[in-house]
Ligand binder design. Sequence first.
Ligand SMILES: *Cc1c(COP(=O)(O)O)cnc(C)c1O
Length: 394
Amino acid sequence: MKFSTRAIHVGQEADPATGATIVPIYQTSTYTQDEVGVHKGYDYSRTANPTRSALEKQLASLEGGAFASAFASGVAATAAVLNTLSAGDHAVVTDDLYGGTYRLFSSVLVRYGLEFTYVDMTDLAAVRAAVRPNTKLFWLETPTNPMLKLIDVRAIADLRSSLLDSKTSRKPLLAVDNTFATPYFQQPLALGADVVVHSTTKYIGGHSDVIGGVAITGDRDLYDILRFHQNSVGGIPGPHDAWLTMRGAKTLAIRMREHARNAQRIAEFLEEHAGVARVYYPGLASHPQHELARRQMSGFGGMVSFVLEGPPERGLDFARRLTYFSLAESLGGVESLICHPARMTHGSIPKEDRERRGITDGLLRLSVGIEDADDLIADLEQALAATPLAVTAS
Ligand SMILES: *Cc1c(COP(=O)(O)O)cnc(C)c1O
């Protein structure tokens, strides 16, 4: 079965009880048992719920993994993967990281005795230098947020495999946050990752109306640990949220094609424009890792970052003048958004760290929606024309 067919059919057989063609929202906390312990596989909805199970089957299939565990948010899914570590363990992490992941690692999990080293993972020598005897996890995002750098998943997977512990014959885990690329454009498990995490809030849900997360793996033992954590900590999505996410994911393929087509046109438009200083989009030939993007991804996604010419305040002035791009956090919905990472999504990262990673006060990030590209470009054009090069700081 091909991707689009799996999105619509896997986990979504007609309801065995009623024949309902669409998986029902099983809004129940508990299940009546025939005898003690004799039931249809469900006993309590924190442990398992049929609507959530359908979503988990669907997403596991799309990501090319055998097993998925759905969570109430992307950060809950991230926390579940980190829960496979123990106090004293060390993780090597991409430095250009989703702000909430950075906050979870650096403000919460360090208090539980986990250690983190943040490195530029485009530099394999730096990754190797960051490895310690207690390294148990590599955590990466690609493309990164918001700089849209690419990390070579297969190269990191090979490096990880070379770190086999001779005593335990175990190697560190490789986890990939695949939120930006989506399984439609990038399949990290096939590139050697052990587990993939998504904020399903973004492209998978796709309509900016539900928060969710998922962790997907092909490894039965790892899945058992994640499932144990899902049930023990309880960060599960409710059945209605699971259902909305599943409905969104049915159209992932068709949406991603449109997102990428629009983003490519917008990136090219911005790159040509005299009022724009820099554009970051993996689909541009000028992107320093365009070749890797072509090898590792089957499309370049819907996120475009850029810096305008002129002082940083010009960016905010420009953003205010847009009609179709709402000034908002988040990404991956059908509607276009613009965000100012330094003051919004990445505000929790200290300024010095931020600037070192290229997240300057002038950087803007677009989540390009699936409106008509002509309308989006006209909107950007009018806002650029209306934003004078030398604005005074407001
Ligand atoms: C949004 C996001 C997360 C966190 O997901 P939530 O659903 O907001 O908890 C993690 N990683 C990336 C890349 C994200 O964009």
